[in-house]
Ligand binder design. Structure first.
Ligand code: NAD
Length: 488
């Protein structure tokens, strides 16, 4: 039991705001109360956006790139210095194993500031010499300027990592931000305010307003005319609502949305690697990873072997508390999400799926009974057109289906409205390159999963997103590129 209160962070100070509204933040491990979260309405969003606008004209706006870069390094070091606090907070909010968050969420949260500081320090801009009839010519060159106030709306599955993935490049480019973290996971974003102050980041550069989406801080932020651009990670349905809000004032959006990602396992794969990678891509973070696999296609000669080995892997998963070092799977984020995932578990059965393993709520010890637990689950036997194969479930589950031909499996993998990530398992590299080129997605891994180089483009096609972030690609969204043409 903890009594952590989540306050807004506006203009460098923590505040409860004036709405007088709070909501409960509960731990998904056992349902215990973590603390109250203050809900921001229009007034809090107004105050945060005003602070962010003013900060653009203050010391932050006049700072050299080198000074900004050094400051972002201090922010990254500040997260690392308080590693255990961030880890504790992230695991309380999400219930994920500490062994996972200590390797991924918190280090990546810090790295996101350094990577984009390095990008902005080193990135060149284009230059063109134009020949003119008088023979003197003209020199063109690009200048990048910050876009202004960026609205950041982030999800709950990798709270610190995905929020800093946006705040890092936004600040590196000289913008200011107002963040609306997920209502499920307010703690690490709140804590980051202290790190910003300690690093000397001027007031108003980084602001946080808590709350929900519709009729709450999320909607008020995205509708706010003082916000110049909106970067959002979350569900495709929410992206649609935010895009409508952004249309007013013709504001730019960057969207990282849902997926229904395929894995394709060819008979010539290294089966040990394919099983290890698919175990992670299906069950890591209790299946709540946007890049995770929910559709597995396996070439018929190795289908039975693959199903048996993935089942054995799932049987070996240990569910439990974040601090237990032997645990490799936590609960889902909330009771509400548990009901959604269990709805798909029931639907799969009703549709006649063969339940290879799982399909229900695990028998947990008494002290964990109120947590949002579900069993790791594998199905076979459903058609490609069933809802279980078409809709994003966002739980620790996958459906495995056999295929016979390369062309056939590419068509089936692409038969979805989504296009975020994919994984191809084969030892035939010609095939690996060939298939990777034909899958509609933003990221295709061949013989790996979640191997991320932060300099590379990240994003989705179709309904999985708009735009690319990562490395220099983030500059396309977080800066305006102005061309200066000088007649000589
Ligand atoms: P969500 O869309 O429910 O919520 C995300 C954020 O949007 C939250 O902060 C929420 O309060 C806010 N929000 C909700 N409605 C809003 C509105 N009308 N206006 C403004 N803000 C609003 O998503 P979630 O459940 O937190 O996260 C899970 C989803 O995120 C999954 O679909 C997953 O695939 C996706 N995701 C995508 C990526 C990616 O990189 N593509 C990464 C992680 C998660």
């Amino acid at each position: 039991m903890s009594d952590r209160e989540s306050l807004h962070f506006i203009n460098g100070e923590y505040t409860a705001g004036s709405s007088g509204l709070t909501f409960e933040n509960r731990c998904p491990v056992d349902g215990s109360l973590i603390g109250l979260v203050h809900e921001g309405k229009r007034e809090e969003v107004d105050a945060a956006v005003s602070a962010a606008r003013a900060a653009l004209k203050g010391p932050w706006g006049r700072m050299s790139v080198e000074e900004r870069v050094r400051m972002l390094y201090r922010v990254a070091d500040g997260i690392t210095a308080r590693f255990d606090e961030f880890l504790e907070a992230e695991c309380l909010d999400t219930g994920k194993p500490k062994s996972l968050a200590s390797h991924i969420d918190i280090p990546r949260g810090a790295a996101n500031f350094k990577v984009f500081a390095d990008v902005i320090r080193n990135v060149p801009t284009e230059g063109f010499f134009l020949e003119t009839p008088d023979g003197a010519g003209a020199q063109n060159y690009g200048v990048r300027t910050p876009k202004g106030v960026i609205g950041v709306i982030s999800p709950w599955n990798l709270p610190l990592l995905l929020m800093t993935w946006k705040v890092g490049p936004a600040l590196a480019c000289g913008n200011t931000v107002v963040v609306k973290p997920s209502e499920e996971t307010p703690l690490t974003t709140t804590l980051l305010g202290e790190v910003m102050n300690d690093a000397g980041v001027p007031r108003g550069v980084f602001n946080v307003v808590h709350g929900f989406g519709p009729d709450s801080a999320g909607a008020f932020l995205t509708e706010h005319p003082g916000v110049d651009a909106i970067t959002f990670t979350g569900e495709t349905r929410t992206g649609t609502a935010i895009m409508k809000a952004a249309a007013e004032g013709v504001r730019d959006v960057s969207f990282e949305l849902g997926g229904k990602n395929p894995a394709i396992v060819f008979a010539d794969c290294d089966m040990d690697k394919a099983i290890e990678g698919t175990m992670r891509s299906v069950f890591a973070n209790c299946g709540q990873v946007c890049l995770g696999t929910e559709r597995v296609f396996v070439e018929r000669p190795v289908f039975d072997e693959f199903v048996a080995r993935l089942k054995a892997g799932a049987e070996g998963l240990k569910l439990g508390r974040p601090e237990d070092e032997t645990v490799n799977m936590g609960p889902l984020i909330s009771k509400e999400h548990q009901q959604k995932v269990l709805g798909y578990y029931k639907l799969a059965k009703d549709l006649g799926a063969t339940v290879v393993i799982g399909g229900g709520v695990p028998d947990m010890p008494d002290d964990l009974k109120d947590g949002a637990w579900v069993e790791p689950t594998i199905w076979t036997g459903l058609g490609d057109d069933s809802a279980v194969m078409r809709e994003e479930i966002f739980g620790p589950c996958c459906h495995i289906t056999p295929f016979d031909e390369e062309e056939e499996v590419i068509a089936r993998a692409n038969d979805t409205v989504y296009g975020l990530a994919s994984a191809v398992w084969t030892e035939n590299m010609s095939r690996g390159h060939r298939v990777a080129a034909q899958i509609d997605c933003g990221i295709c891994w061949v013989n790996s999963w979640f191997l991320r180089d932060l300099r590379t483009a990240f994003g989705g096609t179709k309904q999985s997103g708009i735009g690319r972030e990562g490395g220099v690609h983030s500059l396309e969204f977080y800066t305006e590129l102005r061309n200066v043409c000088v007649k000589l």
